[in-house]
Design a protein around this ligand. Structure first.
Ligand SMILES: NC(=O)c1ccc[n+]([C@@H]2O[C@H](COP(=O)([O-])OP(=O)(O)OC[C@H]3O[C@@H](n4cnc5c(N)ncnc54)[C@H](O)[C@@H]3O)[C@@H](O)[C@H]2O)c1
Length: 251
């Protein structure tokens, strides 16, 4: 993809699932990658996979709910690789899936803090770096839960929020050569979904049967879209929530 080679990418939540695949794809396209995750083992494993394939990556332990961690993530990307061209703000968690009145305030706060405020914290630190170098491209992970009411209420609210934040940030920086988009994955075969399947295998079968494509998505199918949205091949795409769901929300 055009414009990725020799760039510098930061991916949050890169120790697992969609983030890991995006980090690998950036590296396969020739970018240097900062692998950021709160879980060290997963992050280190992603770095090893990239390095085994001949790519360049560094793990930085980052909790996206901690401003100092996010500062350090961006600082180390710039110190080590000389700039910041691409960011995939992807760290997220599902939270409880019960009905609205049954959510604890602690669960509500945690899901919003990671999924929504975490994306804001990352952009707040990434954008000044991109402004300084004169260009940049950001992709935030939303969800089809940002377009529908499917999922726990804080999760749904957080993902609607990510799409709104993506649109607002686009308007703030579109004329400064910074593009900001979002991806809205459907049901993707990652540890997040596998955990739900372990709790309730029947529900998983029903969910899979409900996808018009007849299968779950592969994290690679999201990674491809993220790297394309960061590349020059999508140069006039701005503020767009790209749905990648095997037709699930078309029904
Ligand atoms: N898998 C799906 O079906 C699906 C669908 C729509 C959206 N998403 C979104 O995609 C993103 C990635 O999910 P996934 O399916 O790969 O799940 P996953 O659980 O495999 O990966 C999520 C990663 O985020 C990390 N993380 C969690 N809290 C963090 C924090 N505070 N700071 C830094 N890292 C943190 C986890 O350690 C983990 O490595 C999430 O934002 C999720 O909401 C997933």
């Amino acid at each position: 993809m055009n414009g990725i080679q020799d760039g510098v990418a930061v991916v949050t939540g890169a120790g697992s699932g969609i983030g890991r695949r995006t980090a690998l794809r950036f590296a396969e396209e020739g970018a240097s990658v900062v692998v950021a995750d709160i879980v060290e083992d997963g992050g280190e494993e992603t770095v090893r996979s990239i390095q085994d394939d001949g790519g360049d990556a560094t793990f930085i332990r980052t909790d996206v709910t901690d401003e100092d961690d996010v500062d350090r993530m961006v600082e180390e990307a710039v110190d080590r690789y000389g700039g910041l061209d691409f960011a995939h703000n992807n760290a997220g968690l599902e939270g409880d899936s019960n009905a609205l009145a049954e959510h604890s305030e602690a669960n509500w706060d945690q899901v919003i803090d990671v999924n929504l405020k975490g994306v804001w914290r990352c952009m707040k630190r990434e954008i000044p770096e991109m402004l300084e170098q004169g260009s940049g491209s950001i992709v935030n992970t939303a969800s089809i839960s940002g377009l529908t009411g499917s999922g726990g209420s804080p999760y749904v609210a957080s993902k609607h929020g990510v799409i709104g934040l993506t649109r607002k940030a686009t308007l703030d920086y579109a004329d400064e050569n910074i593009r900001i988009n979002a991806v809205c994955p459907g049901i993707i075969d990652t540890p997040m979904v596998q955990r739900a399947g372990e709790d309730n295998p029947e529900m998983m079968d029903q969910m899979t049967a409900g996808v018009p494509a007849g299968r779950l998505g592969d994290p690679e199918e999201i990674a491809q879209a993220v790297v394309w949205l960061c590349s020059d091949d999508s140069s006039f795409v701005m503020g767009h929530p790209l749905t990648i769901d095997g037709g699930l929300t078309v029904q």
